[in-house]
Design a protein around this ligand. Structure first.
Ligand code: ZN
Ligand code: ZN
Length: 341
């Protein structure tokens, strides 16, 4: 069977992989679609070589159909339409025992620490497999994993109806946060510097501004009768957003840190003191966020299909990674990995 291997910085090899059989407690999935994540782009550029060993198969935002199940697996059978919650925690460390196994100290993230879904068939632990509702298209189902990230971020923000939420960054995750926050009843402003993404956000009915052209703190003040934003989501990982995020919340307002910073950014702690701001980290998702994402995707209430910019074949994975690296006119690219669609 065919697979895509990360070999080294910007080198992807399409080649043959041996088709294994699912062991005890494992499920083999015929992969339909797998989305290209920002993390995959980082791996592709060698930024995670400390964690990812070549040759590695990437990919964790997927949908597919069960091919076969290993010994002792119950509740799934060949032909079931599924997605994967790609977290494999140890279950034993203090963080797991405290009930936060999604940020387990020894967490294996499938597709980063183990082989991923950019291959025709993927074998995963059965506990990571989630069944899909019948009428949910497999292409849209490949967005469930990033949508679950947004569900987690918004849940931790405890948004109330009519709250003002500002999202810094309108890439796939920022856009999904904005859509889920709006669904929760919040008013949303998205800050984004890429004109294509700004237009895309507006086409989805979201208020999008370029913080270099618009005085964002003034706009937020104006939109909140002078109070400030109830919640600010930082979804860029960029130092300029770390600078901006402390200027936007209301007194006792909340900042949710979603973006990944390569280097510690400069942050104005004085604002935390002066306005009694709160800061909350948000990483991946918990089971209930994943369940909510599946429900939301199936409901059709969010314009998720419009986030799919293009669908490539597995042979075109490198082209997709290159396009996403430019930060150009693109949101989410799906890769069709097998015959299932
Ligand atoms: Zn991802
Ligand atoms: Zn653990």
């Amino acid at each position: 069977m065919k697979a895509a291997f990360y070999e080294r910085n910007q080198a992807i090899r399409i080649g043959e992989a041996e088709r294994g059989a699912p062991g005890a407690g494992e499920i083999e999935i015929e992969v339909a679609y797998c989305g290209i994540c920002g993390t995959d782009v980082g791996i592709y550029h060698g930024k995670m070589d400390w964690r990812v060993t070549a040759s590695q198969i990437m990919g964790h935002e997927m949908s597919g159909v069960v091919g076969s199940v290993g010994e002792g697996v119950t509740g799934f059978a060949a032909g079931d339409r599924v997605t994967v919650m790609p977290l494999d925690p140890c279950g034993e460390c203090p963080t797991c025992r405290a009930g936060y196994d999604h940020i387990c100290e020894n967490l294996k993230f499938l597709g980063i620490d183990t082989p991923g879904a950019f291959q025709e068939r993927w074998i995963v632990p059965a506990h990571t497999v989630r069944r899909l509702p019948e009428d949910l298209p497999l292409s849209r189902a490949a967005l469930i994993e990033p949508l679950a990230v947004a569900c987690h971020d918004v849940r931790l923000a405890e948004l109330a109806p009519n709250d003002l939420a500002v999202v810094l960054g309108g890439g796939p995750i920022g856009t999904l946060i904005a859509l889920v926050a709006r669904q929760a009843g919040a008013r949303v402003i998205v800050s984004e510097i890429n004109p294509y993404r700004e237009q895309h956000l507006e086409a989805l009915g979201l208020e999008a501004v370029d913080p270099r052209a618009v005085d964002l703190p003034a706009l937020v003040e104006e939109s909140s009768e002078g109070a400030g934003a109830d919640v600010v989501f930082e979804a860029t990982g960029h130092p300029s957003a770390a600078e901006m995020m402390t200027r936007l919340p209301k007194a006792r307002g909340l900042i949710v840190a979603v973006g990944i910073f390569a280097k510690p950014p400069e942050i104005d702690l004085f604002q935390f003191f002066w306005r009694e701001l709160r800061l909350c980290g948000a990483r991946v998702y918990e089971n209930r966020d994943f369940d909510q994402a599946i429900e939301l995707a199936a409901s059709g209430d969010l314009p998720l299909d419009r986030l799919i910019s293009d669908i490539y074949s597995l042979d075109e994975l490198k082209k997709g990674l290159d396009l996403m690296s430019t930060g150009g006119d693109v949101m989410k690219i799906l890769v069709q990995c097998g015959d299932r669609a």
